[in-house]
Design a protein around this ligand. Structure first.
Ligand code: PEP
Length: 256
């Protein structure tokens, strides 16, 4: 099965609206000739609307970094799926390890956000991944299984086919340490086999699984050439047009 390559940039807490507009204007020009890959940028919430204005009629789609599970009401400080849809957001990152680490995100809250995103037609990018201690203790697969089963709880196969999973080993995020292509492939294969067990083979073969964790132009080709790696979730290197563009171009070549 040919799964379409999908590369997303997670800007985290970076770039004012003005900086974001300037950046995506440049990115749009750099990437206008590229096809055969889904390209997504995930700016901070304050820049989403302005970035969407620049991205209209381009080959770059817009993603948010989080979503709340209720649609509206007395939930000060939160942003819901209908509000994101309203300004043209198509994707949303859910359960990023920074949210799990610093903001109390659990598999249960991931599950609620996921259901809300799907209900409103947003494509969730669900992040899973072990930390260093868990890896060193040989518990990587156990952690991935718990996060996948908990996060996807109650979803039907046809819903799961719409989501993107990002395997992001916590020890490789923002650290400059990348999982080897072999380590990443092994984890992706484990997740895909688990999906086959939880749902069925077709669903497992349909779901796209991105790798995240210090992806750079220098390592992207090797990672993307692995059979179960279908794209990348890029943090630091997505903040510069040159490195993000290079990652996309290298990945396209490698994935062919
Ligand atoms: C991320 O934010 O999802 C990420 C993988 O960050 P970095 O590429 O900086 O490690």
């Amino acid at each position: 099965m040919m799964r379409k390559l999908i590369i997303a940039g997670n800007w985290k807490l970076n770039k004012t609206s003005r900086e974001a507009i300037e950046f995506v204007t440049l990115l749009k020009r750099e990437l206008c000739d590229i096809s055969g890959v889904d390209i997504i940028v995930c700016p901070p919430a304050t820049a989403l609307s302005d970035v969407q204005d620049v991205l209209t009629d381009s080959n770059i789609a817009l993603g948010a970094q989080n979503v709340y599970w209720e649609d509206e009401g007395a939930f000060t400080g939160e942003v819901s799926a209908p509000l994101l849809k309203d300004i043209g957001v198509q994707y949303v990152i859910i359960g990023h390890s920074e949210r799990r680490q610093y903001f109390g995100e659990t598999d249960e809250t991931v599950n609620k956000r996921l259901a809300a995103a799907l209900k409103h037609g947003l494509t969730p990018i669900v992040c899973v991944g072990e930390n260093l201690t868990e890896r060193e203790k040989g518990r990587t697969f156990e952690v991935l299984e718990k996060q996948c089963r908990g996060g996807l709880d109650g979803l039907e196969a046809d819903e799961v086919e719409k989501i993107i999973i990002a395997y992001e080993p916590v020890w490789a995020i923002g650290t400059g340490k990348t999982a080897t292509a072999q380590q990443a492939q092994e984890a992706h294969k484990f997740i895909r086999d688990l999906l086959a067990e939880m749902y069925n083979d077709d669903t497992a073969q349909t779901v796209r699984i991105q790798y995240g964790g210090s992806v750079k132009p220098e390592n992207s080709a090797q990672l993307m050439s692995q059979p179960d790696i279908d794209g990348a979730l890029v943090g630091g290197a997505s903040l510069k047009a040159e490195t993000f563009t290079e990652i996309i171009k290298n990945s396209c070549t490698a994935a062919q």
